[in-house]
Design a protein around this ligand. Structure first.
Ligand code: PMP
Ligand code: GLN
Length: 388
């Protein structure tokens, strides 16, 4: 009987789909997938409706993206990071950050190249590297503080290293890399002539005492970095699947060449609305952070109510809870137990590690707190049963 390609055989089903299905089967409160159970600002939705009802947005958008949105991305990078991004030659609008990462890898990595992947990593990175014919080289962050070891990072670089895949603020660890950590990445990338694919979808989601630094803004880095963002995260519209990649024209040309033949162009009305969203002032980002620091406090209570422990995340809407005080087993077993017996769904973070380093996360589960306060309170109520 005909079957699928060997290329996709190892991919299986993503952990998000798997957990969503199990959660639905057991009517669990779902703190698994980073899928908000509320919408982003109404005025952005109104802008999408206006675009749908207008006379130009229901046909193909230009392949690299709507000029007004590319200008918004470039302006935003100038305001927040002091970067001089060319809206015409330096920005591509993609179908979410997932396609942005994929197009960046396909457009920048050759077969045989090594790509350094910092763990824990977002689950689409490694399939992307493999589909490009590259080889992932893993550098783990270590619990409980999720920091990497400088010697391990240095040892990962060699003459075959083509790219470093970074994610800060980091899903699922909640880390926001410090300027000093980013400077070390930068020093090594410059020394070995390596490019950076920097996934910064949570760029506006960092908490008190922390600050997101775009690696492209460090000296000597703009010309070797492509940076990825997402309206799903920044404007709370995950269903729209609008993302972007910006960087120097030479590298963005590679991203665009692959983008043209993956999707050609992305959702036109949603692009018009995201262009509008980029005109919101700084108060929007401040309110967004305030909303999520409140939710982070609620989810810390969920974790404490369960007798588990957690280090407060520095950014993102994820938190890693350590369950070793309340359960004897690994993260996959604990997730299953939580869904089936307690009625709360989380994600086992070993899915964000290579086989070799999976054990780093084995007594943690990832909670997503992009959920209404009612959902978080309901989860807290159920989690109390873990103690007793
Ligand atoms: N990168 C990271 C680190 C993420 O957490 C996500 C979230 N889902 C994505 C990329 C994908 O974003 P999008 O939904 O825009 O494809
Ligand atoms: N980025 C979100 C998460 O980490 C959702 C990803 C997805 O469903 N593919 O939960």
């Amino acid at each position: 009987m005909p079957s699928y390609a060997k290329r996709v055989a190892p991919f299986g089903t993503t952990i998000f789909t798997e957990i969503n299905q199990l959660a639905a089967r057991h009517s669990a409160v779902n703190l698994g997938q980073g899928r908000p159970d509320f919408d982003g600002p109404q005025e952005i939705i109104d802008a999408a409706v206006a675009a749908l009802k207008g006379d130009s947005a229901n046909q193909y958008a230009p392949s690299p993206g709507l000029p007004s949105l590319r200008e918004g991305v470039a302006r935003h990078a100038g305001v927040f990071y002091g970067l001089d991004v060319d809206p015409e030659a330096g920005v591509i609008v993609t179908a979410g950050a997932t396609q942005g990462v994929y197009s960046a890898i396909m457009g920048l990595v050759d077969p045989g190249d090594q790509v350094i992947v910092i763990e824990p990593y977002y689950d689409s990175y490694v399939p992307g590297v493999r589909m490009a014919g590259g080889t992932p080289v893993y550098v783990p962050m270590h619990p409980p503080n999720w920091t990497f070891v400088e010697a391990e990072l240095r040892a990962a670089f060699n003459d075959n290293t083509r790219a470093l895949l970074l994610n800060t603020p980091n899903n699922p660890s909640g880390r926001v890399y410090t300027r000093a950590e980013l400077q070390l990445f930068a020093e090594l990338c410059i020394k070995h002539d390596v490019i950076v694919i920097s996934d910064e979808v949570y760029e506006h989601l960092y908490f008190e005492g922390h600050q997101h630094v775009a690696i492209a803004s460090l000296p000597g880095m703009f010309e070797r970095t492509v940076t990825i963002g997402s309206a799903g995260k920044t404007f709370g519209m995950t269903g729209w699947k609008i993302g972007w990649v910006y960087g120097p024209p030479e590298l963005i040309t590679g991203v665009w060449r692959s983008h043209q033949f993956i999707t050609f162009a992305t959702n036109h009305p949603a692009q018009a609305a995201v262009a509008y969203a980029f005109s919101l002032g700084s108060a929007y980002y401040e309110e967004y952070q305030a909303l999520y620091s409140h939710k982070r406090d609620l989810v810390m209570q969920v974790i404490e109510a369960a007798g588990m422990s957690a280090i407060q995340p520095e950014g993102t809407y994820f938190i890693m809870g350590d369950f070793s005080e309340v359960f004897d087993g690994n993260d996959v077993e604990f997730c299953r137990h939580l869904i089936e017996e307690i009625g709360v769904a989380t994600i086992p973070p070993s899915a964000f590690f290579s086989d070799k380093h999976r054990h780093h996360a084995e007594n943690h589960v990832r909670f997503a707190f992009c959920k209404s306060d009612e959902t978080l309170e309901q989860a807290a109520e159920r989690m109390r049963a873990l103690r007793g």
